[in-house]
Design a protein around this ligand. Structure first.
Ligand SMILES: [Zn+2]
Length: 334
């Protein structure tokens, strides 16, 4: 099928179709790196970073964002926030691959060891630098939504990961926003991570989430109807509306175990085809790694992002349990 021109342009990190409209409307527009555009007005505005294509084969967010930007560029005065757009792994998008050398979304950190020489490490540096400059120039609230699609099926087709380091009130507002964006579930991660959203939350004071908008499909073959709520909510956010007061609260989970692959002996009792949020009962074997066994420690735990074929040292999956946000807060205070 033929791609919409706006989608093809964004997938190629080409902003020429939209930039002149925002310049003509009086915004300061800059492109500090390939695939990065910053459209900035008054410093008191909220700063919103929307990133897509951090995994090159996850195309639905590119389609969604291209269409949002095309509409907004025709009414540029409606943009009520300072906006930064990131097209993450441009080379991988071109090849319809998840990554070239290594998963870009594991590199938003300073210590990268042997991965420092990868193509993606240089890209992570560019994105960290550009997002730092963007978020620290303005005084208003900071929001970062890193838009993905999961590479497997999921019992909750749309869900979001909320990283560590966000103030409780901001996190509640974020959960409400994600509910309106159609997320059936959110996962709170209390540990540090080296994802893009974890970096902007922990280092740049942003209210951030990694948003999973459904399942991977090739560019032009995504069903936009599945992302209608996300599209409407993002369009409203860029126009300065906050989420309606009637909460549409997603199910909230928290991470209780990170399954790390420490050696080539690592073996998971399920594989990359296991749907996200599959339930495992207490004591069930999750994985073995030489003499080490990972087992379910709660009455039930659900597995998210199971991927035994990751590199050694990387996360091969997360185990999550349902959590009452209010209780989780009081536990944290103690
Ligand atoms: Zn992804």
């Amino acid at each position: 099928m033929t791609l919409l021109p706006a989608v093809a342009a964004l997938a190629a990190a080409d902003f020429r179709g939209i930039v002149p409209h925002f310049v003509a409307a009086g915004f300061t527009v800059s492109e500090p790196a390939a695939g990065v555009v910053q459209i900035v007005g008054d410093a008191s505005r909220a700063s919103v970073l929307l990133s897509v294509g951090v995994h090159g084969d996850e195309t639905a967010p590119i389609e969604l964002l291209a269409q949002l930007l095309e509409v907004l560029a025709r009414q540029p005065h409606q943009l009520a926030v300072n906006l930064m757009i990131v097209v993450g792994n441009i080379a991988a998008i071109r090849q319809a691959q998840r990554f070239i050398d290594v998963d870009l979304n594991r590199l938003f950190c300073r210590e990268r060891g042997l991965l420092s020489a990868t193509a993606e490490a240089a890209r992570a540096d560019e994105l960290m630098l550009a997002s730092r400059a963007f978020f620290t120039r303005a005084a208003g609230p900071r929001l970062h939504l890193d838009l993905h699609t999961a590479i497997r099926g999921s019992l909750y087709p749309t869900f979001a990961m909320i990283p560590h380091g966000i103030a409780a009130t901001d996190r509640q507002a974020l959960i409400a926003l994600l509910g309106h964006a159609g997320m059936a579930a959110v996962i709170l991660n209390r540990s540090t991570a080296s994802t893009f959203s974890a970096y902007t939350a922990a280092e740049l004071g942003a209210t951030s989430a990694t948003v999973e908008l459904g399942q991977v499909s090739t560019l032009g073959n995504n069903d936009p109807g599945r992302f209608a709520a996300a599209s409407v909510t993002l369009a409203r956010t860029l126009r300065g509306y906050t989420a309606p007061t009637i909460p549409q609260v997603p199910l909230v989970f928290e991470v209780v175990q990170e399954i790390i692959k420490h050696s080539e002996a690592f073996h998971m009792t399920f594989d990359g085809t296991t749907p996200n949020f599959t339930v495992l009962p207490r004591d069930a074997l999750i994985a073995t790694d030489g003499l080490v066994e990972y087992r379910v420690g709660h009455d039930e735990e659900r597995v998210v992002f199971p991927n035994p074929s990751v590199r050694i040292g990387f996360r091969a999956g997360l185990m999550v349990v349902r959590c009452d946000v209010t209780q989780a807060e009081s536990r944290r205070v103690q």
